[in-house]
Write a new protein. Structure first.
Length: 50
């Protein structure tokens, strides 16, 4: 697995931290992977409709 670093403004970091906590993610990385999977799925659904 490779690593990617991102910079976030403080308010966005606080939002991510809260989402990790309230949704039971083990880490910020797990949360970000879930968001990316959701986006991938949405794009695939759009492509399947065409």
């Amino acid at each position: 697995m490779s690593t990617t670093n991102i910079s976030l403004p403080d308010d966005m970091k606080a939002f991510v931290d809260e989402q990790v906590r309230i949704n039971g993610f083990a880490s910020t990385s797990e949360y970000m992977r879930a968001l990316i999977r959701e986006r991938e799925d949405a794009i695939e659904r759009l492509r399947a409709r065409d």
